[in-house]
Design a protein around this ligand. Structure first.
Ligand code: ADP
Length: 461
């Protein structure tokens, strides 16, 4: 980086120098001739006035040029001023061409040119202009300026400019070294940390240092590290939970299988009881595996919400019916408060999964009062569905956690708790629908789980 900066400074300096030299070579004569032209015309305007002579003196001194006024008659020199504005003789032989008046005729009375002065190893820029004509004889104003030899000028210029440019390159190089050091330090540290992260050290922290972009990068990497860390923790938690949730039923299954083998094999009633237990544990295991797979599918974001317009009350009734078929509603009083014609635009299968979860939890966590109230009502343009039980209820401080994955209020104390995945699946489904959901619950009073979906007209899709 430092080398690139230095090379860049050198390239800028070189092009600057080339541009200066080229423009000096190309424009030096031209600009001098233009200046002479301007001065000549300025002087000419004063001709005939008392200021003419003073003005000429001023121009000669100010512009360091020689001024002559020549008469056509016998080529008589009427006036000659040197570059200090003092009266002088002709400044050099051979500068004013012999055929000047002919050249003036050919150039409409104004002629400018450059001429070599071998004696001085220099060149003159000359401008001649006719300022008066008396009875066939003309008077010509001639301004001439000695041009320094351009090669000499460039030599002088080069020695100075090249030194200045070398110093500029040196300063640029030192500055770029310091800037690069200040920039590269944090980047190098960031790279080390990023390599640690890549090697699996998710606890690595990225310091916010360096310039704005580097800071942004370190913030992004910090976020990535936190994300990796969280994922890693989730993975560990997931493995631990899976191990626990699978190990318990498997232990029970193995225990009862052994009991059938050794104790209850010849006792049909006992054997039946033990087999029943094994079947229950296998069902639990299957439920757990199914829930885990369903959640993984939902979270993979490959699940497409297949929205369709349907009557939510019909869906509730068909959910209740499938519970009835499996005799799960035995002994339960089901109170239905369902408004007619409540249409929603949602994924029927997913919403049915939510209802199923609310209902099975209500059944599981009901105590002596075996009653469930299920309602569907229109509320502020939404359809609000709620499932209320009169069972255990949930402690207020536990309520916010019940939507978390694997969370069970009473994980080991009650055999009612399942996988702790159900409500997390509900949360995922509701978020996929961008729908509101929640629970109201009081210990001993029971719980009311609810969700809201936007009410739509029957035909709306
Ligand atoms: P689980 O399979 O354990 O029921 P959920 O995610 O559906 O998993 O529920 C998480 C926890 O929330 C349950 O273990 C239970 O402690 C609590 N819970 C859910 N529904 C109810 C309810 N209706 N009454 C009391 N507690 C409930």
């Amino acid at each position: 980086m430092w080398i690139s900066f230095t090379l860049m400074a050198a390239a800028i300096a070189l092009s600057f120098w080339v541009m200066l030299v080229t423009s000096l070579r190309l424009n030096y004569k031209k600009e001098n001739l233009e200046t002479l032209d301007r001065m000549t015309w300025t002087a000419m305007r004063e001709y005939g006035t008392s200021e003419f002579f003073n003005n000429l003196k001023f121009i000669a001194g100010g512009e360091s040029c020689f001024i002559q006024v020549l008469s056509e008659e016998n080529n008589e020199l009427l006036l000659s001023l040197d570059s200090d504005g003092e009266k002088a003789d002709v400044q050099a032989d051979g500068i004013i061409p012999d055929d000047l008046f002919k050249l003036l005729d050919e150039n409409a009375g104004c002629y400018s040119f450059c001429v070599e002065d071998t004696a001085r190893n220099a060149e003159w820029a000359v401008e001649a202009i006719v300022i008066a004509a008396h009875e066939g004889s003309r008077e010509v104003l001639i301004l001439s300026k000695l041009l320094t030899n351009i090669d000499y000028l460039l030599h002088v210029f080069n020695t100075r400019v090249i030194y200045a440019l070398l110093i500029a390159i040196l300063i640029a190089s030192v500055l770029s070294f310091l800037i690069t050091k200040a920039f590269a330090g944090p980047v190098n540290r960031l790279t080390d940390k990023a390599q640690q992260l890549a090697a699996g050290d998710y606890k690595v922290t990225f310091q916010k240092e360096g310039c704005c972009e580097v800071r942004q990068l370190s913030e992004t990497l910090e976020m990535a590290a936190q994300e990796f860390n969280a994922t890693e923790e989730l993975r560990r938690e997931f493995v631990a939970n899976i191990s626990h949730d699978m190990k318990t039923p498997l232990t029970v299954i193995s225990m009862y299988a052994e009991m059938i083998q050794t104790v209850s094999g010849d006792n049909p009633a006992k054997r039946e009881e033990h087999l029943e237990r094994i079947i229950t544990e296998v069902e639990k295991l299957t439920g757990f595996i199914n829930d885990t797979m369903e959640l993984a599918k939902l979270q993979s974001r490959t699940w497409e919400v297949k929205r369709e317009c349907f009557d939510i009350s019909h869906l509730i009734q068909s959910s209740l019916m499938s519970f009835e078929i499996h005799h799960e509603l035995n002994d339960f009083e089901i109170e239905q408060d369902l408004e007619e014609g409540l249409f929603v635009n949602a994924d029927r299968k997913l919403i049915s999964r939510v209802l199923e979860n609310f209902l099975s939890n209500a059944l599981k966590f009901s105590l002596n009062e075996k009653k469930i109230t299920i309602s569907a009502k229109k509320e502020n343009g939404d359809v609000k569905v709620s499932v209320r039980d009169y069972g255990t209820g949930i402690e207020a401080d536990k309520l916010p956690h019940i939507w978390e994955r694997y969370y069970k209020v009473d994980p080991y104390g009650s055999n009612k708790a399942g996988t702790g995945i159900g409500l997390h699946i509900v949360k995922e489904i509701m978020e996929m629908h961008e729908a509101a959901y929640g629970v109201e619950s009081r210990m001993g009073d029971g719980s009311c789980f609810w969700f809201c979906l936007k009410a739509v007209q029957k035909t709306e899709r």
